[in-house]
Design a protein around this ligand. Structure first.
Ligand SMILES: [Zn+2]
Length: 267
């Protein structure tokens, strides 16, 4: 008898899940769009960075280039470790292991921050690991959003308590905004560390031209703000996915209950 009950229960469940596939897809799609909520902040930050670098005159650009060489060759072991600077035109800059990507035309002030990444890669096992965790963090974030969209909250039925697995699943859904933010933490921390190193070198090499050191730290501040906004946007999207999916499930199940009552009444 118990077996029959569990079979019919499973059957009911899969029927409901099938019915709510639309809810899962809709919440996931809206969630993906919401992860882009920070784009206006990133755009604003990029504009500020562009303006700061654009304010450099020819003399200042010359001082900046010499200072970058100084950091690479004298202040740090970066040149010895094989770090090289390559030009990029389609991003504000970046890093890939020992390649420091610099947009010399539009974002030369970001060079110090990117050298900070190269220093993290070459001189610290901890920060190098954090760099490696960036991809894993992004993948984990997508996985959590997907899980929240394609699962539903377990509710105790017929006076029975929730199983450990059900409680775990409910908590995973409930704390998903904090979890995705935590998954982004290695990225944010490593970005922060690259910025702190870059700002420190800038203060040292621009001792006689503190205006330039200030421009470097302002540029780095805007870069960091856009990473924080991105993390907040992703956490917010986890919240939105759960809200939409839960509302859609409640609506579906409300209808299902209403229909079964009507059928019982007619019978
Ligand atoms: Zn960076």
């Amino acid at each position: 008898m118990e077996k029959i009950n569990s079979i019919s229960f499973k059957g009911e469940n899969s029927k409901k899940q099938k019915k709510n596939l639309k809810g899962s897809l809709a919440s996931y799609a809206i969630g993906i769009i919401t992860t882009k909520a920070s784009l206006p902040v990133s755009y604003f930050a990029a504009k500020k960075m562009l303006k700061l670098s654009g304010s450099l005159n020819t003399d200042e650009k010359g001082i900046l280039n010499a200072a970058v060489d100084n950091v690479l060759n004298n202040k740090t072991n970066l040149a010895k470790k094989g770090a090289v600077i390559k030009n990029t035109t389609n991003s504000p800059g970046g890093f890939l292991k020992n390649i420091i990507l610099i947009n010399r035309d539009d974002f030369p002030l970001s060079t110090f921050h990117e050298m900070g990444h190269a220093f993290n890669f070459n001189n610290s096992v901890f920060w190098k690991t954090m760099q490696k965790m960036r991809r894993a963090g992004t993948a984990l974030t997508s996985l959590i959003l997907f899980f929240v969209a394609f699962s539903k909250e377990s509710k105790p039925q017929d006076g029975k308590e929730l199983t450990k697995a059900q409680k775990f699943k409910n908590n995973l859904r409930k704390y998903s905004p904090a979890l995705v933010a935590a998954a982004m933490l290695p990225t944010v921390l490593e970005e922060g560390m690259a910025t702190l190193r870059g700002n420190k070198w800038a203060r040292e090499v621009f001792e006689k031209t503190p205006k330039l050191a200030k421009k470097v730290s302002k540029t780095n501040k805007w870069g960091f703000i856009s990473y924080c906004a991105m993390t907040a946007g992703i956490a917010f999207s986890a919240h939105i996915v759960r809200r939409i999916k839960d509302l859609s499930t409640a609506k579906k199940e409300g209808f299902a209950q209403f229909n079964s009552k009507m059928e019982a009444h007619q019978g």
